[in-house]
Design a protein around this ligand. Structure first.
Ligand SMILES: [Zn+2]
Length: 580
């Protein structure tokens, strides 16, 4: 008995000694150095060559012609997502370098991949239930545009990449319009792997405080009820608690409401153009870490590493639960009758959280301008309890249709639907169909382009029932499918980052036909004679409005806009809706 125990102890020791291999990577974040693009890829290649249970894949192109890489870590040499899903494994996707000036996640992911593969501290245990997949560098074009002058105010690492990609796009605003090849390749990865948990790593300079790492957690409002409760009561509290047990405590991303975080902050809820919010449309738990620019680079990388470990542990240890919640949430989404198209912060509800800050002051004397400015006094530390507003509520909802009808000419949109695995059928015959259509009553856009578009920041519509000619090959998209939230977010014109908002349907906003002042005269006269009520209205308007009475063109337009000649397609959103 004794001998057996001793033997197994020896065996265990040998196994552990054998199982924990030496680190292969030489990361230099302690020296404020973050690897170049080729160094990053070389290190992942080395891990791929060394470990049979990891692989570096090429997944489509990016805008500068180089392939987007995906590094897959499993506990055995099986890398087919369909097989892994069947085995019931959860998938954790970590995206790095979307903003290459914010590279903590690149270093941290490399170190974590190395550690989990060499089974440091028994980390490999996490792979029993979970596959970890990593995008080493998402914005490759930006990462290659390396300089010491890319982020003013950020002193370390000494050199980083640039925010814009090869087409000067901010890729973290590109997830719904997907103008970049990077985003289209990401769609393929996302659809193929269907990650349960998604993390995007960033750095922020928005405020000053004592923490190295902050978190933008998933906003409950963006999910069905079952996931709202899970996020609020289980998932997010567990992440903060587990971080507290380590070296680096974490707080919510400091999205202050009134200038100084001490007076309260709010959960940052963006919109689906951002990576984490893109994930919410697929019932995936989307998170963002924001490391704090003013802390030293080593602490930033280590705190990011600690969070990756905490997140991987939670994902692995709660694998079944996460899968169940997602599956239930999808079923819940598929029977909704109303869908929110805008949200507002609920300012009536808040929780008190502990906050370790620096005293803020409005009267720091600037040695540059000689004028007093806002700033933080980092010699005056405080710990206080502050208000945290963490609930968003829908401010407008629309009725959920059963189908959308999309004319086949919108091939850029169809490409996105295909990459994301949205199910649809095509019409077998030319058909006139009675559908509900939206007219764009009013819209506006900023005077400056935003990421290559004149985004419509205001949209108002009314709907009409009309008989519309569709053609063989046009798309009939059933709304009640797994990707329902994506479909609604993209096709409801008023939704925050819809195809309409991002100019995919601007072709309907100007008129194609019009009238000539003299050529329309005969028809105008005929129309007035045939419509005595309208004629009366026109005479009243002339009597009441002397300017109108003097303006021939205005009077003709008044008539034209009331006749059958006015084109029905003007400002008519081309995606038809069927409600029953
Ligand atoms: Zn960022």
């Amino acid at each position: 008995m004794k001998r057996t125990a001793a033997a197994s102890l020896l065996l265990m020791f040998c196994f552990t000694a054998f199982a924990q291999k030496q680190s292969l990577l030489k990361l230099k974040y302690e020296e404020n150095y973050t690897p170049t693009y080729s160094e990053v890829i070389e290190m992942f290649r080395l891990l791929d060559r060394t470990y049979e249970n990891a692989v570096l894949l090429e997944k489509g192109k990016t805008d500068n012609g180089k392939p987007l890489h995906l590094f897959v870590i499993n506990n055995e040499p099986v890398f087919d997502p369909a097989i892994l899903r069947e085995q019931g494994k959860t998938v954790l996707l970590i995206n790095n370098g979307i903003h290459p000036g914010e590279p903590e996640g690149i270093d941290a992911s490399l170190e974590f991949a190395d550690d989990i593969l060499r089974n440091k501290d028994d980390l490999a245990e996490l792979l029993e239930n979970t596959v970890i997949i990593m995008i080493p560098v998402y914005n490759i074009g930006g990462h290659l545009n390396r300089s010491a002058y890319n982020r003013s105010g950020q002193t370390t690492p000494y050199e980083t990449g640039f925010r814009g990609n090869a087409k000067n796009l901010d890729l973290n605003r590109d997830f719904t319009k997907s103008d970049s090849q990077n985003a289209l390749s990401f769609y393929e990865i996302f659809n193929e792997w269907n990650p349960d948990v998604f993390l995007d790593t960033h750095t922020t300079n928005g405020s000053d405080h004592q923490y190295s790492i902050t978190l933008i957690p998933p906003s409950p409002a963006r999910y069905p009820k079952v996931m709202q409760e899970f996020i609020q009561n289980d998932f997010v509290p567990a992440l903060y608690n587990d971080m507290k047990k380590g070296t680096y405590e974490m707080i919510p991303y400091v999205n202050y409401i009134y200038h100084d975080p001490r007076q309260g902050m709010a959960l940052f809820q963006g919109s689906p153009r951002y990576s984490n919010e893109f994930a919410t449309m697929f019932h995936s738990l989307g998170l963002v870490t924001e490391n704090h620019i003013y802390k030293n680079y080593s602490d930033r990388v280590k705190s990011c590493y600690q969070f990756i470990q905490v997140l991987a542990e939670y994902t692995s240890h709660n694998s079944k639960k996460i899968k169940q919640k997602r599956a239930t949430a999808i079923r819940e989404s598929m029977i909704i009758n109303e869908f929110p198209v805008s949200y507002q912060l609920d300012t009536t509800q808040f929780t008190m959280i502990e906050f370790k800050g620096y005293e803020a002051t409005d009267n720091q004397l600037s040695p540059v301008s000689g004028v007093e400015r806002f700033g933080y006094d980092t010699s005056r530390l405080y710990t206080d309890s502050i208000k945290y507003y963490e609930f968003w509520i829908p401010s407008e909802k629309v009725k959920v249709p059963e189908y959308y009808l999309l004319p086949q000419g919108y091939d850029e949109i169809i490409q996105k639907l295909n990459l994301l695995g949205v199910r649809y059928s095509t019409l077998q015959h030319d058909s006139v169909m009675k559908v509900s259509v939206d007219y764009i009553d009013d819209y506006s856009n900023s005077s400056q382009p935003s990421n290559g578009h004149y985004y419509h920041n205001k949209v108002s519509t009314h709907s009409e029932i009309q008989e519309i000619q569709y053609f063989k090959g046009d798309l009939l998209i059933p709304v009640r499918q797994e990707k329902i939230r994506y479909i609604l977010e993209m096709f409801e014109p008023k939704a925050e980052d819809s195809f309409f908002r991002w100019n995919f349907f601007d072709n309907i906003l100007d008129q194609r036909e019009y009238f000539s002042s003299y050529g329309f005269e005969e028809n105008a006269l005929k129309y007035l004679n045939e419509h005595p009520d309208f004629k009366k209205k026109m005479e009243e308007k002339r009597a009441a409005d002397p300017e109108f009475a003097k303006d021939h063109r205005a009077q003709m337009a008044f008539i034209y806009n009331n006749t059958e000649w006015l084109e029905k397609t003007w400002k008519r959103y081309p995606v038809g809706k069927i409600y029953e």
